[in-house]
Design a protein around this ligand. Structure first.
Ligand code: COA
Length: 424
C-alpha cells in the first residue's frame, strides 16, 4: 500500500476509534466541509484554541463559566464574584470580593485628557464607537501598556480597564467628567447602572436585576468579539487595542448589536395581530428575524430563558403594568414579543432556530429607561469580564499568531501593459 493510502486508512481508523460520538461527528463534519468546499466559511466548528474560561453545550442549552452555570451565578452571585471567577478560575472569599470591589472603586476615574476627548465627541456617534474609541484613548496614560507578557501586570491592567469601562459611557452620556463625584456606591453594578440611570441606581431591586443581566452576558466562549480580542492579542497588541477591536465586533447586528435591532423591530410591528404577516414576509424574502438563531445553540438559549422566566414576569404581568418604567407602549411591545416568539418557534423551531439572549434583554433595558442605542454597551459591560479573562489566558498559551489561510478565487497572474503602446 502506498504511503497516501496508509494515511487515509489511518485517518479512517482514528475516526472510528473516537468513543465520544459528538466529537466524532464534529471531526467528520470538518473533514467533509474541507473536501466539499475547500475552506471553512465563517470558521464554523473549527477549534482554534484551548480555553478554560467557559463552555457552551449547544445541544442541551447549558452555559458554564469556569464550570458553574451562568444562570445560577446570575441568580445568586455578584458582578465582583463573577469577575473574580473568570479571571482567577475560582469564586472569591468574602474578603477577596470586597478587595476587588474597592479596586474597582479606586480605579474607576478616567484620566482628564481622556475625559476631555469623550466630552468633545459628536453626540451623534453611536455609543459603541464611543466605547471603542474611549478604550483606545485609555492607552495614552498607561505608559507600560505595550508590555503584554507579564501575567501579574495583565491581571492588574484588566481590573483597571474594567473599572474605567462604565465611566467612558457615564462621561459621554452626561457630558461631565465628574458625573459621579460626591456619590458613594456599594457595589460595582450600582456604579454601572448609575452611569446610565442615576435615579434607578438608588433602588436595590433594579440594581439586582441589572447585575443579573450583566452576569448573563459575562462570557460566551469563542464568539466573534472574543475571537477578535484573541486574534488581535495573538499579534501581541495591547489589551486596549484588543478590547477595542472586540467592542467593534460586538457592535454588529449579527452579534451584540441585535438587542438594539430587536426593539426597533418590535416598534415596527403595530400589534400582535400583525406578527404572523411580519415574520412570513421576512422569511419569504430570506431576511433574518433579529434576536433569533445562534451559531452554537441548537435549542433555546439558557440566558434567554432566564430573562423570559425570571425577569420579565417581574416587570410585566399580563396586561397589568407592574414596574414604574414600563409604559403602555412598552407593555404592548412585550405582547408583540410574546406573539413573535410563538410564531418564530412555529416557523423556525423545526430548523432548531430559537430566540437568543438579545430577543428578550432589550425589553428589560427599556423598562430601566435606557435608550436602545446604549443597549449594546451594556452587553459589553458584562462581556468585558470574559474578554479580559480570554486575553489574559491568551497571553499565557504557547502563542501562534492567528493567521488562517484563504482559498484564492481571483485572477491568475496577468500581464500589465506598460510602455508607449499602453498609452492612448
Ligand atoms: N431569522 C431567520 N432565519 C434564520 C435566522 C434568523 N434570525 N438565523 C438563521 N436563520 C436561517 C438562515 O436563513 C439559514 O437558512 P437556510 O439554511 O435555509 O439558508 C440557516 O438558518 C442558517 O443561518 P446562518 O446565518 O448561516 O447561521 P449562522 O450560524 O451563520 O448564524 C446568527 C448565526 C446568529 C448570525 C444568525 O442566526 C443571525 O443572523 N441571527 C440574527 C441576529 C442575531 O440575533 N444575532 C445575535 C446572536 S446572539
Amino acid at each position: 500500500m502506498s504511503d497516501k493510502k496508509e494515511t487515509i486508512k489511518d485517518i479512517y481508523d482514528r475516526l472510528q476509534g473516537i468513543e465520544d460520538e459528538e466529537l466524532q461527528e464534529k471531526y467528520i463534519t470538518i473533514i467533509l466541509t474541507l473536501l466539499e468546499k475547500g475552506y471553512f466559511p465563517g470558521l464554523a466548528g473549527i477549534p482554534v484554541v484551548k480555553s478554560r474560561v467557559s463552555k457552551v453545550d449547544g445541544e442541551n442549552g447549558v452555559l458554564t463559566y469556569r464550570g458553574y452555570k451562568a444562570t445560577e451565578l446570575a441568580q445568586h452571585y455578584s458582578y465582583e464574584d463573577v469577575c473574580f471567577l473568570l479571571l482567577h478560575e475560582d469564586l472569591p472569599l468574602p474578603e477577596e470580593r470586597e478587595k476587588l470591589c474597592k479596586r474597582f472603586m479606586d480605579n474607576k476615574e478616567i484620566d482628564p485628557s481622556v475625559a476631555r476627548t469623550l466630552v468633545a465627541m459628536d453626540d451623534n456617534l453611536h455609543p459603541m464607537n464611543v466605547l471603542s474609541a474611549g478604550v483606545l484613548n485609555l492607552q495614552g496614560p498607561d505608559k507600560t501598556a505595550r508590555e503584554v507578557l507579564d501575567y501579574n501586570q495583565n491581571m492588574k491592567r484588566s481590573i483597571r480597564l474594567i473599572a474605567k469601562f462604565p465611566s467612558i459611557i457615564g462621561v459621554f452620556r452626561s457630558n461631565d467628567p465628574d458625573y459621579a463625584s460626591g456619590r458613594d456606591f456599594d457595589t460595582f453594578a450600582e456604579y454601572i447602572l448609575y452611569s446610565f440611570n442615576p435615579e434607578l441606581s438608588e433602588k436595590k431591586e433594579w440594581v439586582d436585576m441589572f447585575e443579573e443581566l450583566l452576569i448573563l452576558h459575562a462570557d460566551h466562549t469563542l464568539n466573534n468579539s472574543t475571537f477578535s480580542a484573541r486574534a488581535v492579542g495573538s499579534a501581541q497588541a495591547s489589551l486596549y487595542s484588543s478590547i477595542s477591536s472586540a467592542i467593534n465586533s460586538l457592535s454588529g447586528p449579527l452579534h451584540g448589536g441585535a438587542n438594539e435591532r430587536v426593539i426597533e423591530m418590535l416598534a415596527d410591528i403595530d400589534s400582535p395581530a400583525d406578527v404572523e404577516k411580519y415574520v412570513d414576509h421576512k422569511l419569504e424574502r430570506k431576511e433574518k428575524i433579529m434576536g433569533v438563531g445562534h451559531r452554537v445553540y441548537k435549542t433555546y438559549d439558557p440566558r434567554a430563558i432566564y430573562i423570559k422566566e425570571n425577569m420579565l414576569p417581574v416587570l410585566f404581568n399580563g396586561k397589568e403594568v407592574k414596574a414604574s418604567g414600563v409604559t403602555e407602549e412598552l407593555q404592548e411591545q412585550y405582547e408583540i414579543a410574546q406573539k413573535l416568539e410563538e410564531v418564530v418557534l412555529d416557523r423556525l423551531g423545526p430548523k432548531r432556530i430559537y430566540p437568543n439572549v438579545d430577543f428578550w434583554s432589550g425589553l428589560v433595558l427599556r423598562a430601566m429607561g435606557i435608550e436602545p442605542s446604549f443597549f449594546t454597551t451594556i452587553f459589553a459591560l458584562g462581556r468585558i469580564m470574559g474578554w479580559c479573562a480570554h486575553w489574559v489566558e491568551h497571553m499565557e498559551v504557547t502563542n501562534k499568531i492567528y493567521r488562517p489561510t484563504q482559498l484564492y478565487d481571483g485572477f491568475e497572474e496577468r500581464e500589465l501593459l506598460v510602455g508607449p503602446e499602453s498609452e492612448n
